[in-house]
Design a protein around this ligand. Structure first.
Ligand SMILES: [Zn+2]
Length: 95
């Protein structure tokens, strides 16, 4: 997770990823309860359910890119975050 997060080139002054255990996870009000990751805009913080750590690197990278999209665009809209993530991976492929 650390390595994947560090692989991102981003414009945020800081970005913190916090892994929550199941109890902590349940105590948070999430924008979308079915998600395994969510972010707090303005705080540049992304929360990840500990279970999600078992996902493949690709899946984790994809989700982190999506969350980074929310934070970078300061938008809660899923389509904005997805568009940002798509653009990010397109750029990355070219390098
Ligand atoms: Zn989202």
């Amino acid at each position: 997770m650390q390595k994947i997060a560090e692989g991102f080139e981003h414009q945020l002054p800081s970005w913190t990823i916090i892994i929550l255990n199941d109890n902590q996870w349940k105590s948070w009000k999430k924008p979308n309860p079915s998600d395994s990751t969510f972010s707090i805009l303005g705080a540049n913080r992304t929360y990840v359910h500990e279970h999600y750590m078992r996902s493949s690197d690709d899946k984790i990278e994809r989700s982190l890119a999506h969350e980074l999209g929310h934070l970078t665009l300061k938008s809660n809209k899923e389509e904005d975050a997805n568009r940002w993530a798509d653009a990010y991976f397109k750029l990355k492929k070219k390098k």
